[in-house]
Design a protein around this ligand. Structure first.
Ligand SMILES: [Zn+2]
Length: 329
């Protein structure tokens, strides 16, 4: 873990180049243009929960690998859709990880966890069944300290800008709180309208009703829907958003005229069906038209809201910033 050449290429010549590049970059501030950190973590700045709730339960790479070995997701504390109770004892969850630690050999998850323990928490004891409790206690103790609160870690990691991602119906209260309380860390939102653009996303109609309430627009009509999405997009921009984030099942794009799109919208509002839904997504995936003529420009996969500073690295599909569906979670 302390090897300065960790993860560098084995070939001596390219390794030398990697060393030079890394030396340039390693102390630069972090500018994180896209991610899904919960902005309330930083707005509230409360201490994190127990070690398992921080490092295991929300990490689907870790829970999936354990599940593949027969470990029940309930036992790992993963929330159930039906709301039935799951394990809440962090120590018990942590012990399960320790019992199955060997299956993580040579995985990025193991490397990530070991680096986290060593570099963030200064815990260098190898994880095993025998050391699990001591490591858990050491983690819990550190997590209770002020130095491990979200804002302290934000500053320690040298983060200059962090972009979070919120859906169109988010009221952006966390960002308002961050802006109001004078903390120096810069956290901006990102406009993610998928759950009001995709009629097949469960609860679409209910969210459109909510969108109407938030904006005072009649979202039973297509015109009202467009105006409402535009209003939310403007609100996001006012709250600091510099980019949008979209996940689309396909790269299809098309451009219906207003009358045709209105009829499509009315049909979907009555009862979504897969064919109409795909056409609707295509209409609104093209050029970020959900409520806005394209005012920005598409650059390196980013749909920028103005000529602002954000740059995404996602591939451009059909003129939109697309990336994988895992961002839905
Ligand atoms: Zn994303």
């Amino acid at each position: 873990m302390t090897d300065p050449d960790l993860l560098f290429p084995p070939d001596p010549r390219t390794r030398e180049v990697a060393r030079i590049l890394f030396a340039h970059a390693k102390d630069l501030p972090i500018i994180s243009p896209h991610g899904h950190v919960d902005p309330w973590l930083l707005a509230d700045d409360r201490a994190f929960g127990d070690p398992a709730q921080l490092l295991i339960v929300p990490d689907h790479y870790v829970t999936r690998l354990l599940y593949s070995q027969g470990v029940d997701l309930d036992a790992l504390g993963v929330t159930r859709r039906d709301g039935a109770p799951v394990q809440t004892d962090g120590r018990a969850i942590w012990r399960l990880l320790a019992e199955h630690w060997s299956v993580f050999r040579a995985t990025p998850s193991r490397l990530w966890l070991e680096l986290t323990l060593a570099e963030v928490f200064d815990i260098r004891t190898p994880l095993s069944v025998g050391t699990a409790d001591a490591i858990y206690d050491a983690l819990a103790e550190r997590l209770a300290a002020d130095a491990f609160r979200p804002r302290a870690l934000f500053e320690r990691f040298g983060i200059e800008v962090l972009a979070t991602t919120e859906s169109a119906t988010d009221d952006l209260a966390a960002h308002a709180k961050l802006a109001a309380d004078g903390w120096s860390g810069r956290v901006v939102t990102t406009f993610r309208p998928d759950d009001v653009v995709d009629p097949e996303w469960e609860g679409w109609g209910t969210r459109l009703d909510r969108l109407g309430e938030m904006t005072g627009e009649d979202t039973l009509t297509y015109r009202g829907y467009l105006a409402a999405v535009q209003a939310r997009r403007d609100a996001f921009r006012a709250a600091g958003a510099r980019s949008t984030d979209h996940g689309h099942p396909t790269a299809r794009t098309l451009e219906l005229d207003h009358a045709e799109a209105s009829r499509l919208y009315a049909r979907l509002r009555r009862a979504p069906n897969p064919e109409d839904a795909e056409v609707f997504r295509a209409q609104h995936g093209s050029r970020g038209r959900a409520g806005n003529p394209p005012r920005g420009r598409v650059a390196a996969g980013a749909v920028e809201l103005e000529q602002q500073e954000a740059v995404f690295s996602w591939p451009v599909l059909g003129g939109m910033a697309a990336h994988d569906a895992s961002c839905r979670s």
